[in-house]
Design a protein around this ligand. Structure first.
Ligand SMILES: C[S@@+](CC[C@H](N)C(=O)[O-])C[C@H]1O[C@@H](n2cnc3c(N)ncnc32)[C@H](O)[C@@H]1O
Ligand SMILES: O=C(O)C(=O)C[C@]1(C(=O)O)C=C[C@@H](O)C=C1
Length: 256
């Protein structure tokens, strides 16, 4: 894996993900800390099937739903990959693009990526908890693999706040790792996901150590649960626009 250089600091912008190769380190739950932030672009590309397809599609969806005089939020923005896709989707519309993440390491590194992206639309990255942050006047909101890290009991209120903040004709893009009700389907889709990771150079040991580390912090739900909760939260329509194995993206709409 080659390193990408940051011309401003001469430090690599990111490194190859070798976090779970180190068998001497303690286990512990997965956290979005400095070590993860340093390897995140490599980690997410090799771990989430279709991530490199999803990101530009978020730009395309944003271009359809962004409205002049509104805000576009990217909640759990990490290094800002989805935020920058939204920025490009907004084009020359009068929109404020706001990326929010509660990991200081992600936000600090994310600001370098934003600075390197040459585009006139303003982007603000905020280090805040999305459970506390005020949301208002939104046309497009993205939760790209973030809701899965929120404690399930807190998910309905967060989605209701997003729905209330969304203007008529606005949208929420919700990407998640999901689980399946049928045991055979859960087993097959998980195996295929692990095949994908293996094909991307992760060893069986790395796969199994990461699996244990995320077990208590990444809680997947079924597509049915997501759909129902989005409608309960105040969205009028929900469509599945992307699936690759156990990773999906839904589009929830407020009527115009
Ligand atoms: C899988 S990453 C998101 C990837 C990113 N959206 C992208 O497309 O590259 C999940 C992010 O959610 C953030 N996160 C988790 N819980 C959060 C919370 N309560 N408030 C803000 N950010 C949160 C994590 O710090 C992490 O950066
Ligand atoms: O499910 C896994 O095995 C993953 O590695 C997925 C996942 C995610 O969906 O966010 C978990 C943590 C990292 O943020 C990158 C990818």
């Amino acid at each position: 894996m080659s390193k990408t250089n940051n011309p401003k600091s001469r430090e690599p912008l990111f490194e190859a993900d070798r976090i779970y190769t180190d068998t001497t380190s303690e286990g512990g739950d997965f956290r979005f800390d400095a070590a993860v932030a340093r390897v995140f672009p490599d980690m997410i590309r090799r771990s989430v099937p279709g991530y490199t397809t999803l990101i530009p599609m978020i730009g395309i969806i944003t271009a359809r739903f962004a409205q002049d005089g509104t805000r576009c939020y990217d909640l759990g923005c990490s290094l800002g990959a989805s935020t920058l896709a939204m920025r490009h989707g907004v084009g020359d519309r009068d929109c404020q693009v706001i990326g929010i993440d509660n990991s200081p390491d992600m936000i600090e590194r994310g600001r370098h990526f934003v600075a390197l992206d040459d585009h006139p639309a303003l982007v603000e990255l905020r280090c805040e908890d999305i459970l506390d942050t005020q949301l208002e006047n939104a046309s497009v909101t993205t939760l790209n693999f973030t809701l899965q890290f929120i404690e399930p009991g807190q998910r309905p209120e967060l989605l209701s706040r997003i729905a209330r903040a969304t203007q008529p004709g606005g949208a929420l893009i919700l990407s998640e790792k999901i689980r399946f009700e049928m045991d055979w389907e859960q087993t097959l889709q998980t195996d295929l996901h692990h095949d994908f990771k293996r094909a991307n150079g992760y060893s069986d040991l790395e796969i199994s150590r990461k699996r244990s580390a995320i077990e208590q912090v990444l809680i997947p739900e079924t597509i049915g649960t997501h759909r129902e909760r989005l409608l309960d939260a105040g969205f009028d329509r929900v469509t599945l626009w992307y699936q690759s194995f156990n990773f999906v993206s839904l589009l929830a709409l407020k009527q115009a």
